[in-house]
Design a protein around this ligand. Sequence first.
Ligand code: NAD
Length: 497
Amino acid sequence: MNAPSVDWHARAAAIQIDGRAFIGGQRVAAVGGETFACVSPIDGRTLTQVARGQTADINAAVASSRKAFDDGRWAHKPPAVRKKILQRFAEKILAAKDELALLESLDMGKPVQYSLGVDVQAAARCIAWYAEAVDKIYDEIAPTARNALALITREPMGVIGAVVPWNYPMIMAAWKLGPALAAGNSVVLKPSEKSPLTALRLAELAIEAGLPEGVFNVVPGLGHEAGEALALHMDVDAIGFTGSTRVGRKMLGYAGRSNLKRVYNELGGKSAFIVFPDFDDIPRAAKTVAGSMFFNQGESCNAPSRVFVHDSIADEFVRVVAAETPKYAPGDPLSGTAQMGAIVDEVQLRTVLGYIAAGSEDGARVAAGGKQVRLDSGGHYVEPTVFDGVTNQMRIAREEIFGPVMSVIRFKTEEEAVAMANDSSYGLQASVWSHNINRAHRVARALRAGTVHVNQYDEDDITVPFGGFKQSGNGRDKSLHAFDKYTELKTTWLRID
Ligand code: NAD
């Protein structure tokens, strides 16, 4: 995965970036001509100006997608044809991997070898996987009486609005695009204003692969402008949203105020990682939680940010986790070797530092990190931070920080650990570490989360659903279940005389 042989700085200096929107198969400036500056968190440099889409741009994109849907240029193609075009789209993504990886890192600050080895690969695999699935799914015939026939078929919904965050910009876009396009829908994608660049390139690659014009449009812009206009649009049939619980709540409101479009929310998390003393390899558990927590600068919805450790092993556990943190010291994201990069922007940096201050104010102890670093870079970097002595009531345990900050909370009994783990408004993921098979199953069943890991945290694949219980959202990305979000079920009754 490491690619130190590539001079990413030289490539960054040479790269040409087009920040215009992508509507109807071509690049276009915003109707009002407005732009916003796309600033790199790596060094504070302005990368380019990006089209600041507003209602008029959203209207144009939705009209283009609606026309493309209604005339059947994509939806009516045989599934095997859609498959081939989407497979080519995945191949194009892989062929452009260096450029996409560089854009992703410049835009949101993650280490470039991970953009290359994780983000580009996962986005391409997602598109290819849905492409391969779409001509292998059959509809149903209901078990009715002999004088009737009831067909249960899936139909594409129409125009899907996809609104995505900045932490995994390409992957989050692919999780919407894969199932929505494979099922025959048209998509208007609104990337985060903090990371719009790869989404715009994806749209160009899709057209090169043979996707008809208008089937996939991208309108960059601010959330309360382009995002709101898309979610309020009367001709959008569903919103596939990934982002904060705060905005997810608004999405439901926009649907209520407009056409009752379906809203699928994939929201925040505060995932619990529970370590019991009967797990015989404490260092493995501690190293795993450090790796999962500090990956992507801690800007992961499923980061295991609440770590519940049994009293009897907590001192050793905290010592090992703290000793791991230097491995994740923030470095230059374009070096090809740094394990942690830059925090996405100044606002997020202030949020993370604010929570670190709140942890100390509320009485938790900093066991590692806690400071802003690399100040002379012009970018935004925070040390991997571990708090010990946290209670489940403290702000750092209740609120999603979305930065490299881990809270260690001690417990005495299994019941107490499960009760605290479930005492959260979120329910995205959880993990239980125990060699007692009964306990592992018992606790896994008791945890209210969309995914529960046992004795690991890193397994993931496009084949399994991803999403949360409670205020972590509804619906599921990934796996065949994602087709449920972007298709309508139709029953057709026939009488047989
Ligand atoms: P955010 O909610 O601030 O923004 C997400 C998207 O919504 C952006 O494109 C933004 O422009 C848009 N938006 C903002 N305000 C809007 C409004 N009023 N109307 C319409 N659109 C609006 O989230 P973020 O800071 O970009 O991302 C971080 C959040 O995403 C975290 O909470 C994280 O847990 C969550 N996330 C969840 C998953 C998951 O699968 N559950 C995956 C990744 C990230």
